[in-house]
Ligand binder design. Structure first.
Ligand SMILES: C[S@@+](CC[C@H](N)C(=O)[O-])C[C@H]1O[C@@H](n2cnc3c(N)ncnc32)[C@H](O)[C@@H]1O
Length: 362
């Protein structure tokens, strides 16, 4: 943290960087290009960061505590792609969780064009001050900053049209969903697994429904810190118990040729057909669904396991073949619809009981 690094020759680097980010994020919003130019990334980076590293599509480390990286500047093309997907309109009120250097906050404020309608919450007190310095440098003092646990949002200024962040949530916090306006959009890395990977989840709230989908493959994100007050899991099954139950009796299908999001798609397809989706706490790289108390399946990135009655296994295999015939639709092809009136825990991959509306592309 501290002063920006030497600024010698940064303009040429920035020009290349802007083109690269716009291209990688497939951004077509002119406000984003302007913001990338107007808010030089090195204004936000720690003193120790190298200028070439800053002007690349890379994560830049911001803060380490006890040998753990607790804050980074996220990969810029990802921040831009997410901002674009949120379709932010002029004047919309935005809540960001995880300010870090404030770079993504500055981009958000350029897109809604009203910095005083941007609210950002940071867990690490020293980073809030770090970001405020950067906002000052950019004439963005009107951005509202707060030190706190973003799991609980910022209720004082709710509702928000947009809630976003690039810190990984183990579960979708109910307070954030409650603080979202009708018609509001939320985008967060969700359902962090034990390896630190999470995919983005993007959803829209309409009345008492939340409709969303997972976007892209799981990536490394800084994990959410704090007392998250998570309720007890909806489904009381420990991964270890499931693995024990699987031993020796599972039907295993090797799926090396499938990509992660295709496997996720397969699960959603099967759940769609069963009109029910319930998850298990994810073990190490293990994700799975229980379809009822006796029949379930799991996948671990390489294999797909079924366990249950022979009827269930035959049906599951039939669905697998059907899904293959559809051309292996993946996660982006599904919409999940969550009824907000029901007392469920929003837990990404892990614990959901919701309707899966349809394939989008079929
Ligand atoms: C990857 S950084 C954010 C990057 C920044 N938004 C950007 O794109 O440049 C994640 C930030 O979330 C913060 N964070 C972690 N847990 C949090 C919590 N419970 N509430 C608010 N912020 C949190 C971390 O301290 C870190 O600064």
């Amino acid at each position: 943290m501290g002063e920006a690094p030497s600024t010698k020759n940064w303009k040429a680097l920035q020009q290349k960087y802007v083109d690269q980010i716009i291209q990688r994020a497939r951004s077509s919003d002119p406000r984003i290009r302007q913001a990338l130019v107007r808010y030089p990334r090195h204004f936000f980076a720690p003193k120790s960061a190298d200028l070439n590293e800053i002007y690349s599509d890379n994560v830049v480390q911001v803060l380490q505590k006890d040998h753990e990286v607790v804050s980074t500047m996220s990969q810029p093309s990802l921040v831009v792609a997410m901002t674009e997907l949120l379709k932010i309109k002029k004047g919309e009120k935005i809540l960001e969780i995880g300010t870090s250097s404030g770079y993504s906050t500055a981009l958000l404020s350029a897109v809604n064009e009203f910095p005083d309608r941007v609210y950002t919450v940071e867990y690490q007190a020293d980073l809030e001050a770090f970001a405020r310095d950067h906002f000052k440098k950019c004439g963005l003092e009107q951005i509202h900053t707060r030190i706190g646990d973003g799991f609980f949002g910022w209720s004082e200024y709710a509702p928000y049209d947009v809630i976003t962040g690039s810190v990984a949530f183990p579960a979708l916090p109910r307070p954030l969903v409650e603080q979202l306006a009708d018609g509001g959009r939320i985008a967060l890395p969700l359902a962090l697994d034990e390896e630190g990977l999470a995919p983005y989840f993007i959803a829209k709230k309409t009345g008492l429904k939340l409709e969303g989908r997972f976007w892209g493959s799981p990536l490394f994100f800084v994990p959410l810190k704090g007392e998250q007050n998570l309720e007890a899991p909806f489904l009381q099954v420990a991964p270890a118990d499931v693995m024990q139950a699987m031993k020796g009796s599972e039907t295993k299908i090797t799926t090396h040729e499938l990509k992660w999001d295709e496997l996720g798609g397969l699960f959603l397809y099967i759940a769609l057909k069963k009109n029910k989706l319930m998850g298990l706490p994810a073990g190490r790289s293990l994700r799975g669904w229980v379809l009822d108390s006796q029949n379930f399946m799991l996948f671990d990135l390489k294999n797909l396991y079924f366990r249950g009655s022979s009827e269930f296994i035959a049906r599951a295999k039939g669905l697998l073949n059907e899904w293959m015939e559809y051309g292996k639709p993946h996660l982006d092809d599904y919409v999940l619809e969550i009824d907000l009136t029901r007392n469920i825990k929003f837990d990404g991959w892990r614990v959901w009981d919701c309707q899966i509306q349809s394939f989008l592309k079929l």
